[in-house]
Design a protein around this ligand. Structure first.
Ligand code: ASP
Length: 324
């Protein structure tokens, strides 16, 4: 049975996206079944947080989740859902992505993002961009309009201009909250990266992650979020993953890819694979991830005090949470 699936998928990859659709549907499609999981980062999230701030987070996460759920419910693709959810969170100053990106050690902002389509492993990413309002959409353009995977810095910005994406001055990303955080240069801070993973009714998986990186980083530092296989991964044969935490650790251990590999080569369940990577490879307090698999299972695993997150599916689940 295994070799049949491998043979089918190889043929599919060689024959273009139309066939990928129909064959992956043949393999995995479960009529009208969809699931979406979002995150707004991990970290030391105090339970003493004032109610008004907590409600503000819950409201934003709920709106983001509704955007993604509506797309999937109407038969849209997981790729559109993850992009639109992440774009919404990028425009919300509460999260460390887009508008709310943290400060570098020089008082500037450098943003990273990536997106991956589980149908055919196509992916796109940008790193170190300073004037792109929505890095996740530029990452998608890299995926769809170039033969490359990752564009950085000025080259990415020039490409963005060519693609007519919305440009902003770097100080658009200045926010009082992040300024204060930078001034204190708090190390064990809430991370606040955003991400989304989804399975659509066509049986396709997708993942997206966007971040301002870590506070006070050296300009030029790139974390795991735009690195395919580290902070983001999606493969219709296994799962879709988006991570948050200390990026260097997620890069070293290729966390997102390894979850897929444990499932593919060792028959791990999604949850076992996610637990294995977070609890055995990421030091306590340093990260977490969200993931969904091709059968509509999900995993939310973190070793920090909390993770801003939400989950919705075709069975009517709609949940937003911060702590356990
Ligand atoms: N993983 C991100 C990075 O290292 C940070 C985060 O998740 O907040 O750039």
């Amino acid at each position: 049975m295994k070799s049949v699936i491998v043979a089918v998928s190889v043929t599919v990859l060689m024959m273009g996206s139309k066939l990928i659709d129909s064959n992956s549907a043949f393999l995995f499609k479960d009529q009208n079944k969809y699931i979406i999981v979002i995150h707004g980062g991990v970290g030391t999230i105090s339970r003493e947080m004032p109610d008004s701030i907590k409600e503000d987070y819950l409201r934003s996460l709920s709106e983001a989740l509704t955007i993604g759920k509506t797309i999937l419910h109407n038969g849209g693709t997981s790729l559109d859902a993850v992009e639109q959810v992440v774009k919404f969170l990028e425009n919300d100053p509460k999260f460390n992505a887009g508008k709310g990106a943290v400060y570098t050690s020089e008082g500037t902002h450098e943003l990273d993002a990536s997106i991956m389509d589980g149908r055919d492993l196509s992916c796109g990413a940008v790193a170190g961009v300073r004037t792109i309002k929505n890095p996740i959409s530029l990452a998608r353009l890299v995926m769809e309009k170039t033969s490359h995977v990752l564009l950085v810095g000025e080259g990415a910005e020039t490409f963005g201009k060519k693609m007519n994406v919305q440009l902003v001055p770097n100080n658009y990303f200045d926010t009082p909250k992040r300024f204060e955080q930078w001034q204190k240069a708090i190390q064990k801070e809430t991370k606040g990266t955003v991400g989304c993973v989804a399975l659509d009714i066509h049986g396709n998986l997708a993942a997206a992650t966007s971040t301002g990186g870590v506070v006070n980083k050296i300009p030029g530092r790139v974390g795991d979020s735009p690195i395919i296989g580290a902070g983001t991964y999606a493969d219709n044969l296994t799962c879709a993953v988006s991570c948050s935490g200390k990026g260097e650790l997620f890069i070293k251990h290729s966390v997102a890819y390894n979850i897929s590999a444990l499932m593919k080569y060792k028959n791990y369940s999604l949850n076992d694979a996610a637990e294995e990577m977070i609890h055995n490879y990421i030091t306590e307090g340093d990260g977490g991830l969200i993931a969904v698999d091709k059968n509509g299972n999900y995993a939310i695993v973190y070793n920090t005090t909390g993770m801003f997150r939400g989950i919705a599916n075709s069975e009517g689940i709609f949940e937003i949470k911060i702590w356990d």
